[in-house]
Design a protein around this ligand. Structure first.
Ligand code: G3P
Ligand code: CA
Length: 257
């Protein structure tokens, strides 16, 4: 029947801009988040860590060496010291002077405008970071069941459990690196007791894994797509979302139009 076909919903792949549109602008900065917003990504993914004076900041590595003009551990800098650093020049001269953003700065600019996939990065280095994140989200009234555009995830699954207990109405995700290639149904069932998402390295994704994650009632957002071919493969495997440095590879796919 022609009517049914023409009104059928096409596949809508959730498009998550990894550290912002980090293929186009310096990762985890306001410029990269703005680019992701302009490119109509569904979410920005951000890595949250904590400064020496207990402030939440957005940076991926546990040292500032790769993405700024400074050296040393993130946790050894005060917020004021961190914000003296240039977090843009390493990516291109035109980004000179771009700063490391705070968690609150990102929420102030983007809550309600684009989804935010919050990664607790190396939380074992920052005791109490789960409480800090929960406190901020509560202050911003972002801990409500109606809020479907915030997800908290970590490779540290104990941290995910702590966070879920603090924020029971916020969806949570378990990140899984290559060492989880042989994840069992029992392990997936255990994750599903506190997580809504199983987000693996894309190299361990198969249609069997996608089906098993779905059977447990979870969604699957693999990371990190950096080519159109990788995006195409994940579309074929029918994942629910794609974490990518290049949001255009997800938006431009024929299956998403
Ligand atoms: O969101 C998943 C992805 O960001 C995990 O890896 O190292 O880029 O934080 P990484
Ligand atoms: Ca991340």
């Amino acid at each position: 029947d022609v009517t049914t076909v023409s009104t059928q919903k096409q596949q809508q792949m959730v498009n998550i801009a990894h550290r912002g549109a980090s293929g186009h602008a310096p990762e985890n900065t306001m410029v990269a988040f703005e680019k992701a917003f302009e490119m109509k990504a569904d979410y920005i993914e951000i890595d949250v860590q904590m400064t020496k004076d207990g402030k939440l900041v957005i940076i991926h590595d546990t040292t500032v060496d790769r993405t700024t003009d400074g050296t040393g551990n993130v946790g050894d800098f005060t917020l004021n010291e961190l914000q003296q650093l240039d977090a843009g020049s390493w990516f291109g001269k035109e980004f000179a002077g771009v700063k490391i953003p705070t968690f609150k700065e990102v929420l102030d600019a983007y809550r309600g405008k684009i989804g935010i996939l919050i990664e607790l990065k190396s939380p074992e280095l920052y005791p109490g970071i789960e409480e800090k994140v929960a406190e901020v989200l509560k202050t911003y009234h972002m801990d409500k069941p109606s809020n479907n555009k915030i997800i908290i995830q970590s490779f540290n699954h104990e941290s995910v459990q702590i966070s879920k207990a603090l924020l029971p109405n916020v969806p949570h995700g378990v990140l899984a690196g290559l060492s989880w290639a042989d994840v069992t149904d029992e392990q997936l069932a255990e994750f599903a007791t506190y997580a809504d998402y199983f987000n693996p390295n894309m190299n361990i994704v198969s249609s069997n894994l996608v089906n098993r994650v779905h059977d447990k009632g979870m969604k699957i957002y693999p990371y990190t797509v950096r080519t159109q071919r990788q995006a195409n493969n994940l579309f074929e495997l029918k994942v629910d979302g794609i974490i990518t440095d290049f949001p255009e590879y997800v938006n431009n796919h024929p299956g998403n139009k």
